[in-house]
Design a binder for this molecule. Structure first.
Ligand SMILES: [Zn+2]
Length: 171
């Protein structure tokens, strides 16, 4: 999927995990982190010092598109939260550990609808997913994006999304 579609999906998933700004923004951010292994991607272009060597060594859609990566990233937040909780309230960091897990998973599943990823890396390195021609990739991506925009607008107008985001504090 394209970065914009990943961001929309990640924002929705993040909101569902935590109906707060932290949930939405954490979901959007974590939903694009996986493409750090592709120098031409939205995020890869910005951190090319990481993305170029990563693509050379690991290839695209491998380690950063695995369950292992989503669990690892989530664990990093849990460990940080445990350390921070010694000194102060670490609830937002604990919340983020769920949000980033969901955000990264949404990216991986999104990519699997239009291509293959090494979901079970490093246990099983073969790529899994639905491989489609480029024109269909674009059609599916567009349909997903339209559905997400509809869902978001619908919930902004008729749901309690705005209420929740205004009512809840940052996290
Ligand atoms: Zn990807």
């Amino acid at each position: 999927m394209y970065a914009k579609t990943h961001m929309l999906l990640g924002g929705v998933v993040g909101y569902l995990i935590s109906p707060t700004w932290l949930g939405v923004l954490g979901g959007i951010g974590s939903a694009i982190i996986s493409d750090i292994d592709e120098p031409k991607s939205f995020i890869g272009r910005r951190v090319f010092l990481v993305s170029i060597p990563l693509k050379w060594t690991m290839k695209h859609r491998t380690v950063t598109h695995s369950l292992f990566f989503s669990i690892l990233f989530s664990c990093l937040f849990v460990i940080s939260a445990l350390i921070i909780s010694i000194f102060t309230d670490a609830t937002p960091i604990f919340t983020l550990s769920y949000v980033v897990f969901g955000g990264i998973l949404s990216h991986i599943l999104g990519d699997m609808v239009t291509g293959r990823v090494s979901l079970l890396w490093p246990l099983y390195r073969k790529k899994i997913g639905i491989k489609v021609p480029f024109w269909l990739y674009r059609v599916i991506d567009m349909l997903f994006r339209l559905a997400l925009v509809y869902l978001i607008i619908n919930n902004l107008i008729f749901g309690d999304v705005i209420n929740n985001l205004l009512k809840n504090k940052l996290f």
